[in-house]
Design a protein around this ligand. Structure first.
Ligand code: ZN
Length: 187
């Protein structure tokens, strides 16, 4: 096991010192690999098995989304609703003619809702209904339907009961409008 935080203190009882063979700090990782390479020079695993193993690890990998509200003892009402202006950072954007316009600095951005949707999934809940989305983005439910239509999230249920989710292991790109234009998602 590799510990990335150098401030972590490892303590154990004097009869359990072998634990330091299994636990190391990240800065010692390269030395440890070189030490193991010297010790075990004969390959124990075929290239084919190694490829299968890496494929399995990649398919089974899932990003961890911690319960932030519970962790910091917060409730839904502590989270500011609305779409944040990428220019002045105020949560005062209005959805007009398929684009967001800041009522403070007049900045416009077509996909300013993406970071807000990201935040909802990562902080509030891992699923969202059209009504919840409209409330969170401070917009009319009919217009929220257009947004859901353009971002094509995986969903279950139909009509008003439909729930939408983030695609597996994907979160939206952060505030950079250009990168959103190109990819939409990154893993
Ligand atoms: Zn603004």
């Amino acid at each position: 096991m590799v510990i990335s935080k150098t401030s972590t203190i490892l303590e154990t009882s004097p009869d359990n010192l072998q634990i330091f063979q299994k636990l190391i700090y990240a800065e010692s990782l390269l030395d440890k690999i070189q030490e193991l390479e010297g010790k075990y020079s004969k390959p124990r695993i075929t290239k084919k098995t190694l490829t299968q193993l890496s494929d399995t690890l990649l398919t089974e990998h899932s990003i961890e989304i911690p319960d932030v509200l519970q962790k910091y003892n917060l409730s839904h009402s502590d989270i500011l609703p609305g779409v944040q202006c990428p220019n002045c950072n105020k949560f005062e954007m209005e959805y007009i003619s398929a684009s967001w316009r800041c009522s403070i600095c007049k900045f416009t951005a077509k996909k300013a809702h993406l970071p807000a949707i990201n935040d909802y999934f990562l902080i509030v809940n891992q699923s969202i209904t059209r009504r919840q989305l409209a409330k969170f983005l401070k917009m009319e439910p009919m217009k929220a339907r257009n947004i859901l239509h353009t971002i094509k999230l995986p969903s279950t249920g139909i009509k008003r009961g439909a729930k939408y989710f983030l695609p597996k292991n994907c979160i939206f790109s952060p505030h950079d409008e250009n990168s959103m234009e190109k990819g939409g998602f990154f893993t």
